[in-house]
Design a binder for this molecule. Structure first.
Ligand SMILES: Cc1cc2nc3c(=O)[nH]c(=O)nc-3n(C[C@H](O)[C@H](O)[C@H](O)COP(=O)(O)O)c2cc1C
Length: 193
């Protein structure tokens, strides 16, 4: 199995989402598994300078900026397609995803790679048979509440890619009860078989 871990907290040291994702990885990883790691906080680009409505620019018309964007997008799509199990760890930032995670989704949504259009124009996800664990942390926002725009958005994007088997581990409202919140998330991780 290939396990693909994606972290995106803007802080490295002391990041709860990263720590919980590592604990989850240790919990599910078998000795024969391969782990692919990506830190969105280390390298990210915004989709910009497009000439078409989607992410398509003929190769001979690509500027250096376009080339960098397509290179990163191709890499992210390849990693995603090759993986069997994904761990995505993310804090809630301003009630939604960190900007790097939103930018990742823009680069990962590639027609004929992660989704396609049916003959009647419907979008069909192309990433099947993958299991995803989401590790979500927050200060005051309750995961699943009406102020949480991250979780429904991320679930929707993953569904759009064809990924349906998704489990959520959350350490939310850490500013209210830090220890209780971490314990709840660790208990959820320890229950994974
Ligand atoms: C830019 C920014 C925006 C944030 N916005 C929210 C928010 O809308 N709701 C919330 O509950 N916490 C918010 N927080 C707090 C983080 O979600 C919380 O500290 C989280 O646990 C950080 O994860 P980490 O420890 O992995 O970095 C925000 C933090 C930052 C840096």
């Amino acid at each position: 199995m290939k396990i693909y871990q994606i972290d995106c907290s803007a802080r490295k040291k002391g990041s709860t989402s990263r720590e919980l994702a590592n604990k989850l990885l240790e919990r599910i990883k078998k000795s024969e598994d391969e782990v692919i790691y990506r830190d969105l906080d280390d390298e990210m680009l915004f989709v910009a300078g497009l000439t078409e409505s989607g992410m398509t620019i003929p190769e001979n018309e690509r500027t250096d900026q376009h080339k960098k964007m397509f290179e990163l997008s191709d890499k992210l799509v390849k990693e995603l397609k090759e993986s069997d199990i994904l761990i995505i760890s993310t804090p809630i930032y301003n009630f939604g995803p960190p900007a790097t995670l939103k930018a990742w989704s823009d680069l990962a949504a590639r027609v004929k790679s992660t989704f396609k259009y049916s003959e009647d124009g419907k979008q069909i996800g192309l990433l099947e048979n993958k299991k995803v664990y989401l590790v979500i942390t927050s200060g005051g926002t309750k995961v699943g509440s009406k102020e949480d725009f991250l979780t429904p958005w991320l679930l929707h994007v993953l569904n759009f890619f064809g990924i349906k088997n998704i489990e959520i581990i959350s350490a939310d409202q850490m500013s209210i009860d830090y220890e209780g919140s971490i314990k709840k998330a660790e208990d959820e991780i320890n229950k994974i078989t």
